[in-house]
Design a protein around this ligand. Structure first.
Ligand code: ADP
Ligand code: ZN
Ligand code: ZN
Length: 749
C-alpha cells in the first residue's frame, strides 16, 4: 500500500509515497488525515495523508516512488468529514487541494508543529519532607504551595507566589520536587450555563428561535435568513438559540465581519453564558491561532467567535453556525482561496446536519433570492425590540442650499450640508443629544487639481488619484497601494500656484463642522467634533478613549467612515446625517447601489437606539433618483426587490453565475495576450457569455490587470466548463508568463 499526500504546492494533483516500516503506527499505515513529512524535489514538505492506495493504482512507476520521511501525528488531525470539506472547497473554487489545506490549517500545523505544546509542571516526589529545618521559611512556604496544587505547579504559579529560583533549586537538590513534562489531554469542559438575564422574546423572535431549535433537536440542516431590522433583537435570537445548542453539549460558531467587533461581541456573549469562549480574530499570533484551532478541534472551545476564516476550522461537535451581518462584503476572501464564508457555512451546515443562521437587516440580493426560492427559510423581525422606534429617513436636496462656510484659511468652502440639515443639527445639539455624520471617504480631499491647466495629482503605480491628507503635516497618499508623497507647491505641468482640492473626506468635513458648530464667532456654544476613521484611530487605545467619550452622552458631533457604522451602540445619537449618498449610486459597479443602500440602512440604524426617536438626513443632489426615493419611502426590502428585477432583466447575479479570470503582470501586453489566449482556447457555448476587459482599475500597485468574465445562466454548466478546461488554460505558455487567478462568484468586476 502507498500513501497519497496533499502537499502545499500550487499543482493541481496529489503525490504518492511509500511508507517505510519505521513510519508505521502500531504496525499499521498512518491514518488518513494525519500529517507526514515527505521529500519533494530537494525540499521536504509537510503534507496531509488523504488516502491509502494500492501500488497498482498509482501513476508513478514503482522505481520512482520515494518513502516519506516521518509521520507527525499518531491520530488524524483532520477527520474524513474535514477531508471531504477540503475536497469540496478545492473543487468548487478550482483551487489546488494542497494549497486549500494550507489555507485551512494554522501556520504552525502546516509547518509540522505538534497540536499541543507539552505542559511542564513542577511536582512533588515521594521523598518525605522531614529534613527541612523550621528556619527555612521560604522552602516551607513553597512546599505549602505544592500541597495546595497537588497536580503540579507551573512557572506562572511560582511567579505569582513570589518563589525564587534559589528556593526552588534548594528543594530540587534535596530531591523533594522535580520538573515533569505532561502530555495534556484536557478534560471535556463542563456544559455551558446560562448566567445572564434572558429577555422574554416577542412573537417574531419566538418563532425564529423555534425554527432554529427545532432544527438543532432534529439534527437537520436548515439554512435560515434572519431578516430583522436594526434593533429588532437579532442578538437575543442568537443567544436563545445558542443556549439550546450549548445545553445539548454542542459547539456554536458565530461569524462576525472583520471590523473590530470581536471584543464587544465577546463581552455580550460572556455576560449571558458561563462557557469557554474562543475569539479568533486577525490579530492573533501563530501560537494563539494554533491554540484556538486545537480548542475547536478537541471541543474545548464552546462558543467560537471569529472572522471569515473560522468557517474553515475543524470542530469536535458543532451544533449551530450564526453569521452576523451576513450581507457584509468582508465574508468574501479576496485572494488565494476566494471563498465566501456564507456559502461555505451553508455547505457545512448541510453536510454536518446543523442549522445555519444568516442574520442581517439588509440581506444581499443573493440571500434574498435564496429565500425566495425556498433555499433559505426566512424569519422576519419587523419591529424594534424594547421601547425604541425606527428612525425616520428624509432626503435633503442640497442643490438649493447656501452652504458656503469660512475656514481658518479665510476661504469659503462648500459644506455639502443642506440648510435644513444644519438647522436640525443645531436643534439636536441644543437638546443635549449627539449627531453622527457619515462619510464614505477618509482623508481631506480625493482630488488635487491645477486650476490653470487641469493637471491632477495621480498615483504613479495605480490608475487612481492621490488623496490629500491634512493633519500634523500635509501629504498625498494613494489609498490603493500606499504610495505617499509631499504635495507640490506649484503645478508640475504649468507652474501655476493655483492648486485646488476637490471633493470631500472625513477631515475636510470635520473642518466644515468646526466652522459651523465650534466657531465662537458664529455659535455661542462650541461643540466637540470627533473624527473617527482609520487615520485618527490608528493609535492603540484611541478607539477605546473615543468610545468612552461618546458614551458620556454629552452633546457632540461624530464624523466618520464605516468604522462608526458597524454594530456600535451610541444611545444618545438621535440624528444621523449621511453626506454624499450620490457617489455610490452613480458608480459603474453594478453592486454599488446595493452596497450603498446597505450602508445607509446600517448607518441609519445608529440613530435613536434607546428611548429617543431618531432621524436620518440623506444629503443628495438627486432627490428624485428612484433608487433613493424607494429606499427612503418604502424601505430596503422594496428597494432590493426593484434591484432584483433590474438584475434579472440584465442577466446579472444572482440571476447568472459568474467566474472571473484575472491576469496580472508588470507588462500590460503580456496580461492582454494571456487573456486573449484563454478566450481562444475556451470553447464557445451558447449558455455562457464571455467578456474580456481591462479591470476597472487596470493598473494597481504597478501591475496591470486584465480580466475575462464568464457569465452563465446555470451554475453546473459554468463549473463543467472550468472542470474540463481550467487546468489546460493555466498550462498555456502565455498564461504561465503572468500571474493568473480565478474568482468563483466574484463580488465585482
Ligand atoms: P439587532 O442585533 O437586531 O440590531 P439587538 O439584538 O442589538 O438588535 O437588540 C436591540 C436592543 O433590544 C438591545 O438593547 C436588546 O437588549 C433589546 N431587546 C432584544 N430583544 C428584546 C426583548 N425581547 N425584550 C426587550 N428588549 C429586547
Ligand atoms: Zn497646471
Ligand atoms: Zn497607488
Amino acid at each position: 500500500m502507498l500513501l497519497r499526500l496533499a502537499l502545499p504546492t500550487p499543482l493541481y494533483r496529489s503525490f504518492d509515497y511509500l511508507c517505510p516500516s519505521e513510519c508505521l503506527v502500531h504496525g499499521k499505515l498512518p491514518a488518513v488525515g494525519s500529517r507526514a513529512l515527505a521529500p519533494f524535489g530537494k525540499k521536504q514538505l509537510v503534507g496531509i495523508i488523504i488516502a491509502h492506495i494500492n501500488a497498482t493504482d498509482s501513476d508513478v512507476p514503482a522505481s520512482k516512488l520515494r518513502p516519506i520521511i516521518d509521520v507527525l501525528d499518531d491520530t488524524p488531525i483532520l477527520s474524513a468529514q474535514m477531508l471531504d470539506f477540503a475536497g469540496w472547497l478545492a473543487r468548487y473554487y478550482h483551487y489546488p487541494l494542497g494549497d486549500t489545506l494550507s489555507v485551512m490549517l494554522p501556520a504552525l500545523i502546516s509547518q509540522g508543529k505538534p497540536i499541543h505544546t507539552p505542559k511542564t509542571l513542577w511536582q512533588r516526589t515521594s521523598t518525605p519532607a522531614d529534613g527541612i529545618a523550621k528556619s527555612a521559611k521560604k522552602q516551607l512556604a513553597c512546599l505549602e504551595l505544592f500541597c495546595a496544587l497537588p497536580d503540579g505547579v507551573s512557572d506562572t504559579d511560582l511567579r505569582l507566589a513570589n518563589i525564587s529560583s534559589q528556593t526552588l533549586k534548594a528543594l530540587q537538590d534535596k530531591g523533594l520536587i522535580q520538573k515533569n513534562t505532561l502530555k495534556t489531554t484536557p478534560n471535556a469542559p463542563p456544559t455551558a450555563q446560562v448566567i445572564g438575564e434572558v429577555l422574554p422574546p416577542n412573537d417574531e423572535q419566538r418563532s425564529a428561535i423555534d425554527t432554529i431549535t427545532q432544527a438543532i433537536d432534529a439534527g437537520n440542516y436548515q439554512g435560515i435568513l434572519l431578516h430583522g431590522i436594526t434593533g429588532s433583537g437579532k442578538t437575543e435570537v442568537y443567544l436563545q438559540a445558542m443556549a439550546h445548542a450549548l445545553a445539548a453539549g454542542k459547539q456554536v460558531l458565530i461569524l462576525v465581519p472583520e471590523i473590530g467587533l470581536t471584543p464587544q461581541t465577546k463581552s455580550r456573549f460572556g455576560s449571558r453564558f458561563a462557557a469557554n469562549i474562543c475569539v479568533l480574530h486577525s490579530g492573533l499570533n501563530d501560537s494563539e491561532r494554533l491554540a484556538g484551532w486545537a480548542d475547536c478541534l478537541l471541543g474545548q472551545a464552546q462558543i467560537i467567535i471569529g472572522t471569515r476564516s473560522s468557517v474553515l476550522y475543524p470542530f469536535a461537535n458543532l451544533g449551530l453556525i450564526i453569521i452576523d451581518e451576513a450581507h457584509d462584503g468582508s465574508y468574501k476572501q479576496q485572494d488565494h482561496l476566494r471563498y465566501h464564508a456564507c456559502d461555505v457555512a451553508l455547505w457545512r451546515g448541510l453536510t454536518e446536519r446543523i442549522p445555519v443562521v444568516l442574520g442581517t437587516a439588509t440581506p444581499s440580493l443573493e440571500q434574498l433570492k435564496l429565500a425566495q426560492n425556498g433555499k433559505l427559510h426566512q424569519c422576519k423581525l419587523t419591529k424594534r425590540a424594547g421601547a425604541a422606534t425606527l428612525a425616520q429617513m428624509q432626503l435633503i436636496d442640497i442643490r438649493q442650499s447656501t452652504r458656503a462656510v469660512m475656514h481658518q484659511d479665510g476661504q469659503a468652502h462648500d459644506t455639502t450640508l443642506g440648510d435644513d440639515t444644519v438647522r436640525q443639527m443645531r436643534e439636536c445639539l441644543a437638546r443635549g443629544e449627539q449627531v453622527l455624520v457619515f462619510i464614505n471617504r477618509r482623508g481631506y480631499a480625493p482630488i488635487l487639481l491645477c486650476d490653470a491647466c487641469g493637471w491632477q495629482a495621480d498615483c504613479p503605480n495605480c490608475d487612481a488619484h492621490l488623496t490629500l491628507h491634512k493633519g500634523h503635516y500635509t501629504y498625498l497618499k494613494c489609498h490603493h497601494c500606499g504610495h505617499q508623497t509631499a504635495p507640490p507647491h506649484a503645478c508640475p505641468e504649468c507652474n501655476s500656484a493655483n492648486l485646488i482640492n476637490l471633493g470631500l473626506g472625513t477631515s475636510k468635513l470635520a473642518e466644515h463642522l468646526h466652522a459651523l458648530f465650534a466657531n465662537p464667532q458664529i455659535s455661542p456654544i462650541s461643540y466637540p467634533i470627533v473624527q473617527i476613521d482609520r487615520d485618527t484611530m490608528r493609535k492603540k487605545g484611541a478607539w477605546e478613549r473615543t468610545y468612552a467619550q461618546i458614551l458620556t452622552g454629552a452633546p457632540m458631533i461624530l464624523v466618520g467612515t464605516q468604522m462608526i457604522a458597524k454594530g456600535h451602540h451610541f444611545p444618545n445619537v438621535t440624528l444621523v446625517v449621511i453626506s454624499d449618498a450620490d457617489a455610490g449610486l452613480l458608480s459603474p459597479d453594478f453592486r454599488s447601489p446595493e452596497h450603498t443602500a446597505q450602508r445607509i440602512i446600517q448607518v441609519a440604524g445608529r440613530a435613536g437606539r434607546a428611548d429617543k426617536a431618531g432621524r436620518v438626513l440623506i444629503q443628495t443632489r438627486q432627490p428624485d433618483n428612484p433608487l433613493l426615493t424607494t429606499l427612503v419611502c418604502q424601505g430596503y426590502d422594496a428597494f432590493a426587490q426593484n434591484l432584483l428585477k433590474e438584475r434579472q432583466m440584465l442577466g446579472l447575479p444572482p440571476f447568472a453565475h459568474a467566474a472571473l479570470i484575472r491576469a496580472e503582470s508588470h507588462d500590460v501586453a503580456k496580461a492582454r495576450t494571456a487573456i486573449a489566449e484563454i478566450g481562444k482556447n475556451l470553447p464557445k457555448t451558447h449558455d455562457i457569455a464571455t467578456i474580456s476587459t481591462d479591470a476597472p482599475m487596470a493598473k494597481k500597485g504597478g501591475r496591470y490587470h486584465v480580466q475575462f468574465l464568464l457569465l452563465a445562466k446555470n451554475r453546473k454548466s459554468l463549473h463543467a466548463l472550468l472542470d474540463a478546461h481550467w487546468l489546460r488554460l493555466i498550462d498555456l505558455p502565455s498564461v504561465k508568463a503572468v500571474k493568473i487567478s480565478l474568482d468563483i462568484d466574484p463580488l465585482g468586476w
